[in-house]
Write a protein that binds this ligand. Structure first.
Ligand code: NAD
Length: 260
């Protein structure tokens, strides 16, 4: 059970990370929220979730594009709570451009935030998990960790990399009570995606339903978005005893996208 376990969720002041943090808090985990903004709202969010679920929640600012900051996020969490049991690597950004026009800085940032950060946090967290004798690493990859789309070179490369890192993490911990898995969502309803709906309706002169089904969800056969609650529920499953032998694999939550 995740009750009283210490969970770090990188990039958790919005979207999927926040949904996962809320689900783990609801189940009684002690939670570390993270982003790089360090605003009053970030700290207030931690207080709100703590009060709502009667558990400990703190916010630790750390820029996931910075190797040392990734590692010290884990160290600071362990200093505060005594250990780290659950590591959810979720922070991520996107940029869309053809390869020859892809800005070098954007490539480097996406590789760092979406992929290398998971290497650094995992490296810092595994010794703590070994010491306490239990651990769960869940990397939030993407359908783009298993399949590609044009103009998303950095994102697709980073997410495929995360899936590879997940397998290596699983093999290096295979004989220990630690598992590592990747969740591969298709399109998930987050504030970011919600914002794209009116923009798409206007651009193509479509009503909401048509814009969602024919443009945003063009590749998602279910024609439905996944929800952050569903991602949270999958994380909860991976942290449960039922998933003890589930390691080094991917779980797609993509309405059939990667079955195409
Ligand atoms: P989001 O923009 O709502 O959340 C991204 C989070 O990452 C935010 O909390 C942000 O503060 C944080 N972040 C960004 N840069 C950071 C940095 N340098 N340091 C620390 N934190 C940083 O987006 P989301 O849709 O919730 O995405 C979360 C993850 O899920 C990403 O890895 C994304 O690739 C993945 N994903 C999302 C979808 C989707 O449809 N929304 C689908 C598949 C995969």
């Amino acid at each position: 059970s995740v009750k009283d376990k210490v969970a770090i969720i990188t990039g958790s002041n919005s979207g999927i990370g926040l949904g996962v943090a809320e689900e783990l808090a609801r189940l009684g985990a002690r939670v570390v929220l993270n982003s790089f903004s360090d605003s009053e709202e970030d700290h207030a969010l931690a207080e709100r979730i703590a009060a709502e679920h009667g558990t400990d929640v703190i916010y630790i600012s750390a820029d996931m594009s910075d190797a040392e900051a990734c590692r010290s996020l884990v160290t600071k969490a362990a200093e505060h709570f005594g250990t780290v049991d659950i590591l959810i690597n979720n922070a991520g950004i996107q940029h869309v451009a053809a390869i020859e026009e892809f800005p070098i800085g954007k490539w480097d940032a996406i590789i760092a935030i979406n992929m290398s950060s998971a290497f650094h946090t995992t490296a810092a967290a595994l010794p703590l998990m070994r010491k306490s004798g239990w651990g769960r690493v869940v990397n939030i990859a993407s359908a783009h960790g298993l399949t590609a789309s044009p103009y998303k070179s950095a994102y697709v490369a980073a997410k495929h990399g995360v899936v590879g890192l997940t397998k290596v993490t699983a093999l290096e911990t295979a004989q220990e009570p630690i598992t590592a898995n990747a969740i591969c969502p298709g399109y998930v309803m987050t504030p970011l995606v919600e914002k794209q709906i009116p923009e798409t309706m206007e651009k193509y002169g479509m009503d909401r339903d048509t814009a969602v089904k024919e443009v945003l969800l063009a590749r998602q056969p279910s024609k439905e978005f996944a929800t952050v609650e569903q991602i949270g529920g999958t994380v909860a499953y991976l942290c449960s005893d039922a998933a003890e032998q589930v390691t080094g694999t991917t779980i797609s939550i993509d309405g059939g996208w990667t079955a195409l």
